[in-house]
Design a protein. Structure first.
Length: 238
């Protein structure tokens, strides 16, 4: 089945559903996420962002999903080491369960401390790309699952590190680590992931900032830093 025609997922999404999603208002604190396919540079750039933000006086916490809580870590092992293919809907709810716990047990509590930055290494846009498009559930199903508190909380800014499949496969080859549940997939799967991320960008243009991740590390970080500076400055003016 070819899922590249993203219009089949765009048509049924109504505005009311999209309006369920909000960024939390926490004075002096920010919620960020990094998205992109494998090898996009998320984990690498998150470390640079953390160092930079700490140099600006923020307290920075990096969170990953599934995981980050004792319950979430158990789910993480169950999903990533799974030898059997899970139903897409099972996968979507497992991620959502872990996410809801992490949001209430960690994210919301920590954001209450002024001067905190929470950075997620993947968040809702990965659910849209992986379970929504690549696994064929449809974007509306993913948005529907996330439309209830606390899952409807959106980052203030999301960095989508956009890379070509050649770049992704090249970096994965260099890394040469054993493939996990999601990485042992073919080119079609990755093309669908890209379609998913791009659809997310269209649905949430204010939140998601597209960064060309094919460039060198420093150049990529300069683009991210410029966006971070703008975000911090805007908040100061409020
Ligand atoms: N801009 C870049 N130029 C060259 N190499 C890069 C760049 N960004 C990341 N890399 C390298 O590519 C590999 C993958 O990067 P990284 O682990 O940050 O990606 P990721 O998006 O977190 O991937 P995953 O989704 O698999 O966790 C690493 O070896 C990293 O050093
Ligand atoms: Mg990573």
């Amino acid at each position: 089945m070819f899922l590249h025609d993203k219009n089949i997922y765009m048509n049924p999404i109504n505005k009311e559903l999209l309006q369920q999603f909000r960024s939390p208002a926490f004075p002096g604190s920010f919620f960020l996420s990094f998205e992109g396919i494998e090898g996009a540079g998320k984990s690498t750039q998150i470390i640079s962002a953390k160092e930079y933000l700490e140099s600006q006086g923020f307290r920075v916490l990096i969170l990953r999903e599934p995981g980050g809580t004792p319950f979430g870590e158990k789910l993480r092992q169950a999903i990533l080491n799974s030898k059997t293919e899970l139903e897409p809907i099972s996968e979507a709810y497992l991620f959502a369960s872990s996410r809801a716990q992490l949001l209430t047990e960690v994210t919301l509590k920590e954001l209450n401390v002024p001067g905190t930055i929470i950075i997620y290494d993947r968040y809702i846009d990965s659910s849209i790309a992986y379970q929504g498009i690549a696994r064929g559930l449809g974007i509306e199903t993913i948005l529907g699952i996330h439309s209830t508190f606390p899952l409807n909380l959106m980052p203030h800014k999301t960095f989508y590190l956009k890379i070509s499949l050649d770049t992704s496969f090249g970096r994965q080859r260099v890394r040469n680590s054993p493939k996990d549940y999601f990485e042992s997939r073919g080119k079609d799967f990755y093309e669908n992931l890209v379609t998913g991320f791009e659809t997310s960008c269209e649905l949430f243009p204010d939140r998601i900032c597209v960064i060309d991740g094919n460039r060198g590390l420093d150049e990529v970080f300069e683009s991210i830093k410029a966006e971070i500076d703008e975000l911090i400055m805007k908040k100061d003016e409020q």
